[in-house]
Design a protein. Structure first.
Length: 208
């Protein structure tokens, strides 16, 4: 929970969104009481409302993404109640994978052969400086969401397209760094990997 609370990309579930609402409302009333008790001397604390508002809108956008809709929908009056009670997509959508607990990995059901395109909301074709083809072998397809979620955290990665066939995942990565730096990042997020081949714009790895 709360991995990137101030960013608008990605998805969050109902629990995190409701907790976000509770945190903001509690802080809001605490600030009101503190400012009133100080007879207005601590009026500068009102500046705290700005990051609170940003946090709440960002969390709301990710909650909308979990449902499979644009974040602008949260601006509709009373739509917040739908965001609180409506269950999000259980599978990957155009905004990414749902939040997955480590204990739930065994309960994930994915097809043996699938193709998914994950796009950042702010991505444009001109943003990508490099395109690298990553092949990962010896992959249990139930763990693909974890791998993709980790890849999405890599700095300067804009877009991930992938296809999965049996125990091999082929991932196309649009990014703003070179292949060598990308390999170093992969070592950090996939410590159990073994690099078998690195060529121009191609990385082949195997999971131990």
């Amino acid at each position: 929970m709360f991995e990137k609370p101030f960013l608008f990309q990605g998805r969050i579930g109902r629990a995190e969104y409701v907790l976000s609402l509770i945190i903001c409302f509690v802080l809001f009333f605490i600030l009101i009481l503190v400012i009133e008790e100080s007879s207005g001397e601590l009026f500068f604390l009102e500046l705290v409302y700005l990051p609170m508002f940003w946090f709440l809108v960002a969390q709301g956008a990710k909650r909308c993404h979990d449902i499979g809709i644009t974040g602008w929908m949260q601006l509709i009056p009373f739509y917040v109640f739908w965001m609180i009670f409506y269950r999000g997509n259980s599978e990957a959508n155009s905004y990414g994978f749902p939040f997955i607990k480590m204990g739930d990995i065994g309960n994930i059901e994915l097809t043996e052969n699938l193709k998914v395109v994950l796009k950042s909301e702010t991505f444009t074709e001109n943003d990508a400086k490099e395109i690298t083809f990553l092949e990962i072998k010896n992959v249990n397809y139930s763990k693909i969401p974890i791998i993709i979620n980790r890849l999405e955290t890599v700095d300067k990665v804009n877009q991930l397209n992938y296809e999965h066939f049996n125990t091999t995942v082929n991932i196309t990565i649009n990014h703003k760094t070179n292949t060598e730096k990308l390999v170093k990042e992969l070592h950090l997020i996939l410590p159990n990997m073994e690099v078998t081949e690195v060529t121009y714009k191609t990385i082949n790895i195997r999971l131990r």
